[in-house]
Design a binder for this molecule. Sequence first.
Ligand SMILES: [Fe+2]
Ligand SMILES: [Fe+2]
Length: 297
Amino acid sequence: MSVRFVFLTDSHHYPGAPKDYGAPKMLTQSRTVLDAIVPAVNPLKPDFIVHGGDFLCGGSSFELPWTTYLQSIEEVAEVFSGFEAPTYYVPGNHDSDAQSGSFEPFAARFSIPETIDVVDAGPRLRLALANIYHQCDPIEEGNGVWTDALDNGLREAAEQAYADRCAILLVLHTWVLRGYEDQSGVLSGADRLLETVKESPAIVALFTGHKHTNRIRMYRDFLVVDTACLIGFPMGFREIRLQDDGYFVTRFHQLDLPELIQESYDRSSVETNNAWQGEIHDRDTEIFLPRLREIWC
Ligand SMILES: [Fe+2]
Ligand SMILES: [Fe+2]
């Protein structure tokens, strides 16, 4: 048994953006980026596709007008309807509207979890899709909050999955491991989530976006996988294979937009660009997941 899927995140569409905003984002070119995604993903023929949030430019920072917010939802929904594999979504902080922080118009067009949804994505493989903004204002708390409802829902799903000999991949918008002094970009309540994952052997990996950075960390016996953005350098997504011998194999694919990628790259220092794209093993690597091996064998 082997499952192959695509994880993409932070596509940040902004029709008619007045400027590019902070690097590496190329918001004035967001339509070009959006149009390049589906033709890059479909030929890989993944079993399923997961988007980690920030489809849009609502929430804080971009002062997105209401009508543009509604237009961007329609345009992204239309383009992503071209995906040929089942596609699953979690919301990001920039998917709410910029005035009230409501996700309602977005949720009307995209099937997003109210708190946590569990779906059968492949043979003996479930996705736990978490909405870390269900109880907080995404404009004020862009990193989201790990709540009682999320924790209880995940524990329940993990127990059931273990009983059914199914592996779980947890998908949420923001990163969960403490960094240097700067804690920005880390989920509020992440320590509690990590405790739950530690105690839940069915959960083999966590997938996040939000920081626009490729990085992979093994923590104890599970994997935490962050993926860079589509809207700027390195402008790509992950292809992932889970093998029944317990191996996680990933490869990062850049969109076929070399000039735009270069333009985005030229806005930052080499060091900053390297942080976004990650080291080679943050992009392309093979890692043994003991929990996957145990539950699938
Ligand atoms: Fe983002
Ligand atoms: Fe975000």
